[in-house]
Ligand binder design. Structure first.
Ligand code: ZN
Ligand code: ZN
Length: 83
């Protein structure tokens, strides 16, 4: 399955710069991107990397929005950055 995904992406890429029709999917999380550069950026900087939500008031980080919201509410008494 993983190998299929990758080879499909490579195949699509090797077909030429037709842009829109190409879909590159991440072998790890199957997120898909139109451009190889986007997928590359995802793999390099996003996929499986550190948490995305960083508390603006302390070093606390989390991958999901909900725990961050809870953290802010409980620790920092509810900043209004999250609607
Ligand atoms: Zn991924
Ligand atoms: Zn905090």
């Amino acid at each position: 399955m993983l190998a299929d995904c990758v080879s499909q992406a490579m195949q699509a890429y090797s077909q030429g710069p037709e842009g829109d029709r190409l879909v590159f999917c991440c072998p790890r999380c199957f997120k898909s991107y139109k451009f190889k550069t986007s997928l590359y950026r995802h793999i390099k900087f996003e996929c499986g990397k550190d948490p995305r939500f960083q508390c603006p008031r302390c070093p606390y980080m989390t991958k999901q929005k909900a725990p961050m919201k809870r953290h802010i509410i409980t620790i920092h008494a509810g900043l209004t950055m999250f609607e």
